[in-house]
Structures are given as C-alpha cells and as structure tokens.
Design a protein around this ligand. Sequence first.
Ligand code: GTQ
Ligand code: FE2
Length: 360
Amino acid sequence: MTIDTDQALDAFYRDVDAVGLAPLWTVTGELLTPVPRPKAVPWLWSANTYRPLAERAIDLIPVERGGERRVLSLRNPGLGGQPYAAGTLWGAVQCLGKRETAPAHRHTPGAIRFVLEGEGVFTTVNGDACDMHPGDLVLTPGWAWHDHSSTSDASMLWFDGLDLPMIQALDGIFFEPHPENSQPIEGAHNRSVAAYGTAEGRFADDQVTEALDQTASPLLVYRWTDTAAELDRRAAARPDAATVAVEYANPRSGASVLPTLACGMRRLVAGRSTTPYRRSGNQIFVVHRGTGHSVIDGQRFDWQHGDMFVVPSWSAVEHRAEETADLFTLGDAPVLRALGIYREQTLDAPQDVTSTFVPQ
Ligand code: GTQ
Ligand code: FE2
C-alpha cells in the first residue's frame, strides 16, 4: 500500500471512531466465534474456604435494610471483578445467624436456594412460609416477595442461584423493599408442598425439553427426601448406569422450575466415569453428597460436600465419584432452548487431564 493509502486509512478509522461508529471487519473474529467463548473460566469454591468466612460474617455483619442479605457471591476471576459466577448466573453462599430475619423484598431476577447445612430457617414466598432443610430446593420466582427467618439457635448456610446477570444484561432489573420487615404469613407453613408436593411430573428426566413456561413452578419446595427417593428409583431401574439424574420440573407444565433457570440433581455411582459432554449455557454445580472429581476443559477439580464449581458454556466436562455422589446443578439452558439456540455434544473419548485446580 502506498503512503497515501495508509494515511487515508488512518484518517478514515479516526473519522469513523470520532462519530461513534466502529468497523466490524477488524473484530469479526472476536464477535462471531465458531463456538461460545465465555469470559468466565472453570472455577471451584471449596466449603473449607467459604465456611469459616461465612461464620466470621455472621459475627461481624448485621442483616439490615439496604444491604438486605448476608451473602458471599461466587466471583469468577474471568469476569473482570464482576460478582458473578458466570456471564449469566449469580451463585452465592447465604448465611443467617440464630433468630435473625433477612428483610422482605422482591426483584425481577428469579432465585433458587439449595440448602447446605443447618436447620430452623424458613423463607416466606408471597405469604407461603417454606421450611428449609439440608438438600431441599426452595424457589423464589421473579417478583415474588421473599424474606428469610431463623427460628433456631444455630446458624444456617445455603446456596443461592439467581439469573441476575442475565436480567442485568437485558436491562430488566426492578427491585422493591416490602413495607414490613417480614411479610405476613398466610395460613400454615409449606402450603405449596401440601398442594403439589406429591404431584405427578415434579421430577423430569435429565433435562426438561418442554417449551418455555413464563410462570414459575407452583411447588416452591422440593424436599431432599423426595429427590433422593426419585434418584433411588432411577438408579434401581438402571443398575448398569454410571450416573442417573433428575431435573426438578414444574408439575403444572413439565417445564423448568423457573422460566430462566433449570435445577437438577445428578447421582454419580462410585468408581464410574461419566461420558464427557459439552452444552451451550452456563452451569453451577453444588456438591450435596460424596467425594470425587470433575474434569473441565482438561483441568481436574477435586470436590467434596459443600464445594461449588462452574462449568462455563461449551466447556467439556466429565465426572467421577470416589464415594457415591449427588451433585445439585443450576443452569440457564431454558433460555437458550426457548430461543432455539441450545446445543449439546457428547465427546467420543475421555479428556486428557493436563492440570489440577488448586482451590484458594
Ligand atoms: O436471598 O433474597 O444471593 O435478593 C442475592 C440477592 C440472595 C435473597 C442473593 C438476593 C438474595
Ligand atoms: Fe432477594
């Protein structure tokens, strides 16, 4: 190219930039990648690390209006300091000390709780007080009033999953505090369990494939005892399987528990490796029971009860339990499915392990 053309090009790019335009052709390869390139990286937060910090937070930090919740969020180091576990998913540890109440509020992001340890807390969701026990899944759908109250002398820990970053990306965040610290409770506790707790269709296969349901499941609590019984049944029916899984389903429609979020539980038989796969959409895993490891994009992540790890979109993943394990999973696949862009792939061979993750 001649000097004239070089100068003309430089001037052109300056003029384009100066008026708030950007050329696509210089960034096409970064924008239209052959496969998803999530900024979030595979990562693990160990219970041994977060548990003592949660206990210190209980001693140091009151739960008050404004702050609203005593929550430590999973901050993925790939996301440049944003407090998100993955590009679309919020993951966190929430703790409540004895006899405390986290004030009532509502917001457009939907939330799910998976209980890690402790007893005596209930979450009130639009007037229905939902008792929480370890292994239970509790839903707080978008725009539902919710507050958490401890009735015991022990503290309690649970995992929070929200679609907050997704709703944030859509510029759809609305938030409102309730006029009272705790909302009124209507009738007996666990009304949604009384109405739907034994409903057909509250557990679906590995992944729900129904069309999007714009409403959340009317069943707000999925008890661990029921989930465990369902997994036992599935494992008994498939004695040769290395893994069985359920997805928690909306018993009314067969869709995912929330319009944006899918929750599941995967049981891993000790000493058997699962088939490696990739899926579009992000996933957070919470280890409910057992020990083992997962290989994510060639990196080995060892885990035990209470550990949480992220499998970003299109990362290759396979699992292996040392002791029979149950892994709770949270994912955004319902959104990709609703938009017709969901993809998955089974890989032919186990991954080569090239490194081992060292938890912080
Ligand atoms: O418990 O209401 O982890 O509003 C983040 C935002 C929990 C909650 C979180 C929330 C909550
Ligand atoms: Fe909330």
